[in-house]
Design a protein. Sequence first.
Length: 215
Amino acid sequence: MKTRTAAVIGSHTATGRELIKELCSRSVYDEVIVLSESRMTFNHEKISERLIDFRYIEAGHFGLVDDVFCCVHPDRHDSWFDPLKTAAAAKKSNVSQYLALSSMGANPRSILKLNRLYGVYEMQLKKLNLPSLHLFRPSILLTDPEEFRVKESAAAKFIAFAGWAMMGPFKTYKGIRASQLALAMTEKALNRYSPKVAIYKSGVIENTKRGDSEP
């Protein structure tokens, strides 16, 4: 199998950290480029760190890359990060696939502000006409609830405690580990079928297994 190069944005997030470890463990990836404003504590021979100012991100920061994974959410209050500008720069670098985190319930017409924000974000990403766009809509991340702007509320604790009971129509609300989300993102990137646009909900993310991408 032809080797690939991955680029990860969001190494400071729980998902980003787990994703970098997952990508480094795969023989198909010979280089994992990490775009960040600060250095990581995790080291691996495949990692190539590039410290940049995201306000001025451009195609040259990516270089020759196959798969770009964005683990930073559009609802962050960081003035330095523009997810659409980052995706546009990735497209100019001739990336093959762009994989981004969205959120459960994303809908541009939702009455809920956060769901509407994610829905608009997805719509704007689609308008960029990327070669292949993968959008992941997980529920609450149990290992890092603040990554989805969900604090250690009673609801978050309840989902973590009652996860075993989340079956049938309630399975969508079952919390997901960052490591499982990272696994799903990797498997979907390695799937031989490259859809123009694919959306993965919590149930699909939760049920993804290592090796699902193999023929």
